[in-house]
Design a protein around this ligand. Structure first.
Ligand SMILES: Cc1cc2nc3c(=O)[nH]c(=O)nc-3n(C[C@H](O)[C@H](O)[C@H](O)COP(=O)(O)OP(=O)(O)OC[C@H]3O[C@@H](n4cnc5c(N)ncnc54)[C@H](O)[C@@H]3O)c2cc1C
Length: 410
């Protein structure tokens, strides 16, 4: 064996798993098709549930997050021209979220792995995963550099990396999931009839907390990535194109959708990135096959409205880490045998929450006025009822984690 755990993907799931395993003396090799610089500069998620922030701290990679991230104690829902705050602190016994970019988390994990002499191989594309059932788990891979990261150059010699266990942390498009025979996996998928037009803005935050707005024109989200970089989104048609959105149109539409009776809080700045993100729900069952375990986006995708994508990836990794420690220390696979069952239970709850937030806050094709009234009534109920607000708050900050413990020795 070349290593104990072969990890495909150096996103948050793969890197965190490697980092946690190293602390328990378990060896891993991480392969990623993209360059380190490309992964570290791609801005994606930015909301960390409190258990994620706590794990980063307790595992020694939370220092920069605590210095540069911001703790939010609530979010605002804005509809029918009025804003309503959901107070996490009060509704969830003092819990909160941390706003800190996924790419910053990745930078911190990369720095920690590099400092510890960890084996992370960027620009190394896994082409196939074999032998996970009864042979020797093997990652077939080839090295870059690739001329185009999205359409990787199909050339170069294929090498093999053998391991005892494969962690498929390679996102939706990676090869790991395909190592589970089609007949043995069920994939659940839902496409939404809208997309998010996202911008990155150089400038100060528009508000102390995130604003989720439902307007007749569609959804808008005012978020942040740092004190100087802001993230804002507008619901658009999935076939829309960034060229249709000059800066003036973006600001006008954001002001319109976010404006309340006290005015628009949107603070304009220099837009330095624009992109359209499709919205989809996806779950693969099971998440394990022989010695292969899928984690993060390789197994499930959520629409970003509930801010659950990266958090769910971390929750998978926590269970997988615990199971692998038990396996390599004692030889028992009791926890690993339940990996899929435990992770899917959380993944489906996150799907439900993300689907519900998405359905409540977006305009559907046809602009049915009846539906808008029902959505406003639901928001009115959620913000007016302590039970409704608590339900949103406890899902947003993160449902309790289920991390199985090792069976007591008999
Ligand atoms: C554009 C975009 C915006 C998003 N915005 C938000 C948001 O605002 N809020 C939110 O909560 N979530 C958001 N998400 C989702 C969130 O970023 C993901 O849930 C999170 O990245 C999951 O982490 P992961 O490690 O499982 O997968 P990833 O971060 O996707 O990492 C997978 C890694 O595997 C690598 N890989 C793929 N194929 C191969 C191969 N063949 N060989 C080797 N390596 C391979 C990839 O290069 C990648 O680095 C967004 C996602 C995208 C794509």
């Amino acid at each position: 064996m070349d290593t104990q755990v072969g990890i495909v993907g150096a996103g948050p799931a793969g890197l965190l798993l490697s980092h946690l395993l190293a602390a328990d003396g378990i060896e891993s090799v991480v392969l990623d098709a993209r360059s380190r610089a490309s992964i570290e500069t791609t801005v994606r998620a930015g909301v960390l549930e409190d258990h994620v922030a706590e794990l980063l701290r307790s595992s020694g990679v939370g220092e920069r997050m605590d210095a540069e991230g911001s703790v939010h104690h609530g979010v605002e829902l804005r509809f029918a021209g009025r804003g309503h705050r959901i107070d996490f602190n009060e509704l969830t016994e003092g819990r909160s979220i941390v706003l800190y970019g996924q790419h910053e988390v990745v930078k911190d994990l990369n720095a920690a792995r590099t400092a510890a002499g960890g084996d992370v191989r960027w620009e190394t594309e896994t082409t196939q995963v074999t032998g996970v059932l009864d042979g020797t788990p093997t990652l077939h891979h080839r090295s870059g550099p690739f001329t185009d990261e999205l359409r990787m150059q199909r050339s170069g010699d294929v090498s093999e990396l053998t391991c005892e266990v494969v962690a498929g942390c390679d996102g939706y498009w990676g090869p790991s999931r395909r190592a589970i025979p089609e007949a043995l996996r069920t994939e659940y998928e839902r496409q939404y009839p809208f997309a998010w037009f996202g911008i990155l803005v150089e400038g100060p935050p528009s508000s102390d907390e995130l604003i989720y707005a439902l307007h007749d024109n569609g959804f808008a989200l005012v978020s942040t990535r740092s004190p100087t970089v802001q993230r804002m989104y507008l619901q658009v048609d999935p076939d829309d194109h960034v060229d249709n959105w000059p800066d003036e149109r973006i600001w006008e539409e954001l002001h319109t959708r976010v404006r309340s009776e006290t005015g628009s809080d949107v603070v304009e700045g220099r837009i330095f990135d624009k992109g359209i993100i499709g919205m989809r729900s996806f779950v693969c069952e099971p998440m394990q096959y022989g010695n292969l375990y899928l984690a993060g986006d390789a197994a499930h995708i959520v629409p970003p409205t509930g801010a659950k994508g990266m958090n769910l990836a971390v929750a998978d990794v926590r269970v997988l880490h615990r199971g692998l420690v038990e396996r390599f220390r004692t030889g028992s696979t009791d926890i690993l045998d339940r990996y899929s069952e435990v992770c899917l239970r959380r993944a489906w709850k996150a799907q439900r929450f993300s689907w519900w937030m998405t359905s409540m806050l977006h305009r559907f094709p046809g602009n049915d006025p009846f539906q808008l009234r029902v959505q406003q009534a639901e928001l009115d109920y959620i913000t007016g009822s302590r039970a409704g607000s608590t339900s949103l708050a406890e899902n947003y900050v993160g449902l309790p984690l289920e991390i199985p413990s090792a069976a007591p020795a008999t």
